[in-house]
Design a protein around this ligand. Structure first.
Ligand SMILES: [Mg+2]
Length: 374
């Protein structure tokens, strides 16, 4: 079965988890000659990058159309080779390839009747715990503790909270406020729940600040500290690692499996964030996650986008031994709950094993067309 067409849909939507900010992603629709359809997503997030990704997808389409739908790896290699000048080590070519690759895996499953999880070799886990992925947004810590614990009370195993985001939370800037936040949230969630702290680009900690917070957070039982020194500070992370035993998370801004290898090899990352909509798709994620497993590091899907990346993250996390949990956005918006017929969710805190051909979802194309950017 051959591929008939590749279409790019740059869309913009409001994200309730991110303070109702408008976000943009490039969705990709690939159709086979017999009319089966696969969907993918490139997580460009910003409108200008999303429009540029759409142009790249349209340009790369000539390497995809006419190819065998089963040849996901061959096509992925051809896309990588073609984009040598603008996408070898980094760059939004990786986001465009991600969108195409996810759509190809979905299409291959729709044509063969196999799920992405089955095509990846089946489950590596008996169950997959879920945590809430949230941003701190409110001025009063008590209100945030109440809100976060209401989410974890549904069975979720903990919460990862983004600091330095929009709104009035003002987290990640003053040590006393940060520690009070951690204390109150931990107490409100109760025993057995994990709290992960994820620093934002506005926080800009130096090494001394990162060490001081890490030591204090470690004492308070924070499960991991994410991007305390951004994504590209190997010397800083070495100093932090030497000074504190807290688990360090970063990696979601890497563009490919080689980038993940580079950071793992520094010996400073315990939890490697991997975004399937950025790291060259399901093919790239699988490579990166396998390397994490071989290196005895935890991998963690950066599942912070629409239900398409959600479904890909679900299948990849189930298939990858290095993935131990899956983040869900409990503040559901249309990009998660209305975009597909079966949005990813949890049952008593566990994400079910994906079922059905491809990504196991049917996409609401009318909603996509209504959100399309010009
Ligand atoms: Mg993060």
């Amino acid at each position: 079965m051959r591929i008939r067409s590749v279409e790019a849909f740059p869309v913009s939507y409001q994200e309730p988890t991110d303070h109702n900010r408008f976000r943009a992603v490039c969705l990709v629709k690939i159709t086979s000659e017999d009319g089966h359809v696969g969907w993918g997503e490139g997580c460009a997030y910003f409108p200008e990058a999303t429009l540029a990704t759409a142009k790249l997808v349209e340009g790369l389409a000539e390497l995809v159309v006419g190819q065998n739908v089963l040849h996901t790896k061959s096509i992925w290699l051809a896309l990588k080779e073609h984009s040598w000048w603008y996408g070898t080590a980094a760059g939004i070519a990786s986001i465009a390839i991600s969108g195409i690759d996810i759509a190809l895996w979905d299409l291959k499953g729709k044509v063969t009747g196999l799920s992405v999880l089955e095509m990846l070799g089946g489950p590596a886990h008996e169950r997959m715990p879920a945590i809430a992925s949230l941003h701190g947004t409110k001025v009063h810590i008590e209100e945030m503790a109440e809100e976060i614990s209401a989410h974890t009370a549904t069975g979720l195993h903990g919460a990862k909270v983004g600091f330095g985001k929009r709104g009035e939370a003002n987290l990640g800037f003053e040590k006393d406020r940060d520690l009070e936040f951690v204390r109150q949230v931990t107490e409100a969630m109760g025993p057995g729940k994990s709290l992960m702290v994820d620093l934002g680009v506005k926080n800009k900690w130096d090494i001394a600040t990162a060490i001081s917070r890490a030591k204090a957070f470690e004492e308070l039982g924070v499960a991991w500290l994410e991007e305390p020194l951004g994504h590209d500070d190997p010397e800083g992370y070495k100093a932090l690692r030497a000074a504190s035993g807290i688990r360090i998370a970063y990696g979601e801004r890497e563009w490919n499996a080689k980038g993940v290898k580079r950071i793992v090899d520094t010996g400073t990352v315990d939890v490697v964030g991997i975004d399937p909509g950025r790291i060259e798709g399901i093919t790239g994620f699988q490579m990166a996650a396998e390397f994490c497993a071989m290196s005895n590091r935890q991998a963690n899907a950066h599942n912070f986008s629409t239900a398409i990346v959600g479904a890909a993250s679900q299948a990849l996390s189930w298939a990858s031994p290095a993935c131990k949990l899956l983040e869900l956005q409990p503040v559901y918006g249309p990009a998660q709950k209305d975009l597909v017929d079966k949005p990813i969710w949890h049952e008593n805190g566990f994400v079910p094993m994906p079922e059905g051909p491809g990504l196991g979802i049917e996409v609401n194309e009318d909603l996509i067309l209504s959100a399309k950017m010009e």
